[in-house]
Design a protein around this ligand. Structure first.
Ligand code: PRX
Length: 566
């Protein structure tokens, strides 16, 4: 029996208040995600239960109970308050997947701060854009990442504290302060800030086609959706050993790498190391992992290694598999059945939606290649791109649209209300993805409706790459698109037109690559630069990336009536 039971019954009887009741929340009460993920679980008698089993690349391992989570997040919350940080301040987590990242996240929420997790591989430009936009008051980081912050510090007057969690070594500099969680006096009791449903909680930056990344701002009430989807879609149960592959720099790593499992009182494993088939399988075997939340790119990498490797390990503990971030191809679903005896269940959602909105819930027949059906409580459809009216006929491609109002929907883009409001049309939230619906109400993903590149499940905005390229003295104009890739689905390719006096060459190619490497995250790095004489543009001067993309994918170019005359 699954947690959700009958999907059909849940659909007819659904009300979000069911999750409120399970969490003991009543409208108007304080609600604080940090408290729900630690103190409440202890109050339920699980203080001694393992919350986090952490391992790093070298095999170092640490274990924390829910009691530890409670006290250590208090310790961080109290430390932050002592520094003069206040509720509503943006506090950035710029860390590898170390325990301080997970515990710090809860600590920030407990003192009323807004947690702003950023992927630690970000280069200085990517980091600057996000800290500047959020007017971030403090960054919690590791020594190895401090150099990047030092480079941009003078342009960030609002950044008051850089908290270094491993301070041993050369003296710290301006605005830097050392804090060792394992040596700090443990704070048994902390007055958790009484945040309420609409109090801001998390700020996640996500890329769009134009302009800089936007900060999707979430609130504490998002817990209601995250708790229930973790319970019904990931099917998390008290005895589970759960593993989520995602880094909390991205929304999957917070919604389902922190909030979902811990608000359900479930033990999770974190591996602070990159992809390795054998390491991953040995982790599953060693900890007897039962529920695994992964992503299509990782699954394709595992597929490439074949089923024989999987058979070398005892993976019989696995009982439920889910995937997110990119289209999960039918082959991957069929292969996982062969390799693990279980099918991956696709889940579709976005930074903005805060939780899973379309999915194959356990127990529902899977149609390989389809994303499944709406989670109960979510009204989802496919609308016409011009009228924004639902498309009645099945198999016609339109835009995925959701009726606003589920608990974890983002409340705004930080400092960018206009763009936020532009996402709503005719009473629908428009996701920006194309799909069709079949007669059984299953969604079939087609592609994005903009120029954003999805590489290995991570969204990369062309604007950031193009801006970095334009800073190079030889570059006159540039365009970044996704080109097909067998593993990552897409990788970044850049087209560059040079300024007069510069000639294309391998040396220049390398020089430009090295120039932008420091500025961007490794994921946003182009795999290839193609030098061109000029870029296709509309008459109003906008670069038509879709023309370049169609050429690259060997697809029809479509309507080019607005293309600039030569
Ligand atoms: O284009 C869709 C794709 O990833 C986008 C959301 O990315 P992000 O905000 O970074 O959040 C990723 C983790 C929730 C979507 O607009 N996407 C996400 N899940 C799927 C998907 N594309 C196809 N199938 C999915 N299951």
């Amino acid at each position: 029996m699954t947690n959700i039971g009958s999907y059909a019954d849940r659909l007819t009887n659904f009300d979000w208040s069911l999750a409120e009741r399970e969490l003991g929340y009543r409208k108007g009460d304080p609600i604080n995600i940090g408290w729900y993920c630690s103190d409440r679980i202890c109050q339920l008698g699980m203080a001694e239960k393992k919350a986090l089993i952490w391992e790093d690349f070298h095999g170092t391992s640490k274990t924390y109970t829910f009691g530890d989570l409670r006290v250590l997040s208090n310790t961080i919350a109290s430390y932050l308050t002592g520094l003069g940080l206040a509720p509503g301040d943006r506090i950035c987590l710029f860390l590898d997947r170390v325990p301080e990242l997970y515990i710090g996240f809860l600590g920030i929420l407990k003192m009323g701060g807004i947690a702003q997790p950023l992927f630690s591989a970000f280069g200085e430009d990517s980091l600057f854009t996000r800290l500047d936009n959020a007017k971030t008051a403090a960054v919690i980081t590791q020594r190895k990442h401090v150099a990047k912050i030092r480079k941009i510090l003078q342009q960030l007057p609002e950044l008051r504290h850089i908290i270094v969690i491993d301070p041993d070594g050369p003296p710290l500099r301006e605005r830097e302060i050392g804090f060792r969680l394992d040596q700090a006096p443990r704070v048994e009791n902390f007055a958790v800030h009484p945040t309420t449903a609409e109090s801001p909680s998390v700020l996640h930056y996500t890329s769009g086609t134009t302009g800089q990344p936007k900060g999707a701002q979430h609130v504490h009430y998002s817990l209601i959706s995250q708790y229930l989807t973790a319970k019904w879609v990931l099917d998390l149960r008290p005895d589970d050993l759960y593993w989520c592959n995602a880094d909390p720099g991205w929304v999957t790593g917070t919604s389902y790498g922190i909030i979902g499992p811990w608000s359900n009182g479930v033990t999770q494993v974190v591996l602070d190391a990159g992809f390795s088939t054998e390491r991953w399988y040995s982790l599953i075997q060693k900890h007897r992992i039962t529920v695994w939340y992964s992503a299509p790119t990782a699954i394709r990498l595992l597929m490439r290694e074949g089923t024989a490797v999987a058979r070398k390990y005892n993976l019989s503990s696995l009982r439920h598999l889910c995937s997110v971030g990119e289209p999960l191809n039918a082959e991957a679903v069929l292969w996982s059945k062969e390799a693990y005896g279980l099918q991956f269940h696709d889940t579709y959602w976005q930074t903005e939606t805060g939780s899973i909105v379309i999915t194959n819930v356990p127990g529902m027949p899977i149609k390989p290649g389809s994303m499944g059906r709406p989670f109960p409580g979510i009204t989802a459809t496919v609308v016409d791109p011009k009228t924004f009216e639902p498309i009645e006929s099945t198999a016609t491609v339109g835009l995925i649209a959701l009726r606003p109002g589920w608990p974890s929907m983002f409340r705004t883009y930080w400092n960018n209300r206009v763009t936020y409001e532009g996402k709503f049309k005719n009473g629908w939230y428009i996701c920006g993805d194309r799909a069709s619906l079949d007669v059984d109400g299953y969604f079939w993903f087609v592609g994005r409706d903009d120029d954003v590149i999805n590489t290995g499940g991570h969204l990369v905005g062309p604007f950031e790459i193009e801006s970095a390229l334009l800073e190079h003295p030889a570059v006159a104009e540039s365009a970044a698109i996704g080109k097909p890739d067998a593993v990552n689905m897409e990788v970044v390719k850049a087209f560059v037109a040079l300024k007069p006096g510069f000639q294309p060459s391998d040396e220049l190619d390398l020089e430009i690559m090295n120039f932008i490497r420091k500025k961007l995250s490794p994921l946003a790095m182009p795999q290839e630069i193609e030098f061109v004489k000029s870029l296709p543009k509309t008459r109003s001067g906008k670069i038509m990336r879709r023309v370049l993309r169609a050429q690259e994918w060997g697809e029809p170019i479509g309507d080019i009536s607005t293309l600039e005359n030569d």
